[in-house]
Design a protein around this ligand. Structure first.
Ligand code: MIG
Length: 713
């Protein structure tokens, strides 16, 4: 990897340890460089077989060719194919050709990636700055470039173990009673769940770090009661600070000059949910320290998880824009010329108030050790630095504890201290399909703890879509059902009885797999490696390159979600040689069959999902619990298809404390021995493992099951 430096880049924080040696203003290997007064353009001729990967959270497929993408974090509730930017920016691409190359352009403003859109075989990257760092990799293995990038930008965030449980959200559960009711519903119905969310209505007049005491009396007792029942309560945090005299957050921010300003140096005003607000300037360490401390309001009550929203930052409108419209109307009124009011024009004007580029260009930030900067040039850092404020705070004050934090907006490097969710999708089948690609793409950018709103946020979700989405969700590290205000309720019991029963089975399946899913997360995170991978990560045959609707989870599972309406099965391509197919209906029913590699059409009625375990790999399951930290079952089931030998390593850390602290390891090796299997077991920190018994369910190449009970040593 080489670092190429142009001009004087701003400090983005993406790379903590920069290479000491760098090349200044030099051509980047195989890229053609063009410099203009205020931009840099990189050009590359794509070979017809080159595949372009990367860019993290973006529309489009896994192979990015044929499309344009722009890194400019945008609050965008319509994820239609014409959109060029979403909430996060991860300007990292890999050209997977005969000689794989990778580029990370560490610039937090607008970059346009034209990947064979304007000219079929030309990759053209336009960077709207001449002050940038570019990291360039060449490697025979493109996978090394991905892990190299994740490592360079600081590794992978690991949330607490309970954050792998099922989570329920809604905009909104507006009072304590509605939350309590949801919680007891889960327990009554025997559906496991670990977290319930508070959307914006818990606040007093949408003032960040306040609680509406009428609707949430005795908040501390409320949090405690939920915790006793195994639920984490997770409040939303928005960055905009309401302008209101007497409101301490506003007063402190104002007094200490913690807010972003306009060109004249006055605090910038932007309207969001609370009305007019100021935006904290998270590029300053003092502001991050202050903001991090504000979370204490909640932490001291026992809250252990937060989601940061609106941090692109979203702006509904500014007074300046409002004044223009007002003036037009006033002029018309003064002349009594109502018929001359251009309503259509006004409509457009008002519609474009939201998140306007002009507004971002009139905001100024004052980063440490730097001159004032136009926000537009560091726009993509806003959400990442907001999450950093929280992360730095808890690392400093709670070094022995892990918190859940995920953000809507993100930038390269923030994957080391926060997760993300994919924002306002819709209850559309197309968005279920998009979720598959998004999981792969975000994993390739190091966001292992991420996921979409299960069931879709906007629009109304129907039962079948919800069930298919939950099935995909079993393998999404962030597994959260969320839906928007005014849409149909999306809790599992809001449909018919059959839907409820199927969904219970799906979520119980997730909890039964949890020790294994979690162990794989820890392992892959520690290797700076995507957990959810495209098939071609591990398998070399050409067909795999074409498959974007299946994925590999960790080291041993291939998942083929059904994402079409009224489908009772789907086509699946299987690489390798043989697979153990589990058409899973419930965790208890573990009937599996051996299936050869190749193309198959497989039945998959609504109450089943297709899970494939690779030949000579093992997975682990246990009886599901109501929530992750409940009394732990003492039996672990180990299953797989063993034609030669297979091993599994189950990592179990303490879940709440620093990752890998007090880690226990269970290592099992299975060897075919004629018609029998020879099993060896090794442990590290045996006393910290919850399991006393192992039950083996091993299959031979003909699909015959051999069950074996065994006590742990
Ligand atoms: O302007 O807080 O993406 O998850 O429910 C909308 C209300 C603001 C957008 C988030 C969504 C959340 C919603 N928020």
């Amino acid at each position: 990897m080489k670092l190429y430096r142009f001009g004087k880049p701003v400090e983005t924080g993406a790379v903590l340890e920069k290479p000491l040696k760098f090349l200044q203003n030099e051509e980047i290997a195989t890229f053609k460089l063009k410099q203009t007064k205020d931009s840099l353009i990189l050009r590359y001729h794509l070979h017809k077989d080159d595949v372009v990967l990367g860019l993290g959270e973006q529309m489009g497929g896994v192979n990015k060719r044929g499309r344009k993408y722009i890194t400019y974090n945008t609050d965008i509730p319509e994820h239609t194919p014409d959109k060029l930017s979403l909430y996060g920016s991860h300007p990292f691409i890999i050209i997977k050709g005969r000689y794989p190359e990778g580029l990370f352009i560490d610039y937090p403003g607008e970059i346009i990636f034209d990947i064979g859109f304007t000219t079929k075989d030309i990759l053209e990257i336009t960077i709207t700055s001449t002050d940038i760092d570019v990291y360039h990799w060449q490697d025979v293995y493109w996978q090394n470039i991905i892990t190299g990038y994740i490592k360079l930008t600081g590794g992978v965030y690991i949330p607490p173990k309970w954050a792998f449980g099922y989570q329920q959200c809604r905009w909104s559960y507006p009072d304590a009673n509605s939350v309590t009711e949801i919680a007891s519903r889960f327990r009554q119905l025997g559906i496991p769940c670990d977290a319930i969310y508070l959307d914006i209505d818990y606040m007093q007049d949408y003032k960040v770090f306040t609680i509406n005491e009428e609707r949430f009396p005795d908040f501390d007792k409320f949090v405690k009661k939920l915790a006793d029942d195994g639920f984490h309560l997770i409040p939303i945090i928005d960055p905009g600070v309401k302008i209101e005299d007497g409101y301490p957050v506003y007063e402190e921010g104002k007094k200490n000059k913690y807010f972003c300003t306009d060109a004249k140096g006055d605090d910038f005003e932007a309207a969001v949910w609370p009305g007019l607000t100021h935006l904290p300037d998270f590029s300053k360490e003092a502001v991050r320290t202050w903001w991090g401390n504000l979370y204490e309001e909640f932490i001291k009550l026992g809250i252990e998880g937060f989601w940061n929203d609106m941090n692109e930052p979203a702006i509904f409108y500014t007074n300046y824009q409002k004044a223009e419209v007002y003036q037009k109307l006033q002029e018309a009124a003064a002349d009594n010329k109502i018929e001359e009011i251009d309503l259509i024009g006004l409509q457009w004007q008002i519609r474009n108030f939201h998140n306007s580029r002009e507004d971002y260009q009139s905001i100024f930030q004052h980063p440490d050790n730097s001159n004032s900067l136009c926000h537009d040039k560091i726009h993509n850092l806003y959400g990442a630095q907001m999450a950093l404020a929280f992360s730095d705070h808890v690392q400093k004050h709670y070094p022995d504890k892990r918190f859940l934090i995920f953000s809507r907006s993100s930038y390269s490097g923030s994957q080391r201290y926060a997760g993300i969710w994919y924002g306002d999708n819709k209850s559309w089948w197309q968005h279920l399909e998009m979720n598959i690609k998004m999981l792969i793409n975000c994993n390739l950018a190091g966001y292992l703890y991420s996921g979409a709103d299960i069931g879709g946020f906007g629009d109304n979700c129907q039962a079948e879509l919800l069930l298919r989405w939950l099935q995909l969700g079993v393998f999404s590290p962030l597994f959260r059902n969320h839906s928007a205000i005014h849409t149909r309720r999306q809790e599992l019991w809001e449909y018919d009885k059959e839907t409820l029963n199927i969904s219970r089975n799906i979520i119980r399946l997730r909890y039964s797999l949890l020790p294994w899913l979690y162990s794989q997360f820890l392992e892959f995170a520690s290797m700076n490696t995507p957990l959810i991978q495209p098939l071609f990560w591990q398998y070399r045959d050409d067909r795999c390159q074409q498959i974007e609707d299946e994925f590999i989870y960790g080291s041993s599972l291939l998942i083929a979600p059904v994402y079409q309406p009224n489908a009772t099965g789907r086509n699946v391509y299987l690489p390798g040689k043989k697979w153990l197919l589990w058409q899973a209906r419930s965790w208890e029913e573990r009937k599996m069959q051996v299936i050869p590699a190749g193309d198959h059409y497989l039945e998959c009625p609504l109450d089943r999902q297709l899970i494939f375990i690779a030949e000579n790999k093992l997975i682990a399951l246990q009886e599901p619990e109501d929530y992750v930290d409940q009394i732990k079952p003492d039996t672990l089931f180990i299953t797989g298809l063993v034609t030669e030998s297979a091993s599994i390593k189950v990592l179990a850390d303490q879940g709440k404390y620093p990752a890998f602290a007090g880690i226990a390891v269970l290592e099992i090796n299975v060897e075919r021995n004629g018609i029998d299997f020879k099993i060896t077991i090794k442990t590290v920190n045996r006393e910290l493992l919850q399991w006393q018994n192992l039950v083996f369910e091993l299959y031979n190449g003909q699909g015959n099951l051999m069950v074996k009970h065994r006590k742990l040593i």
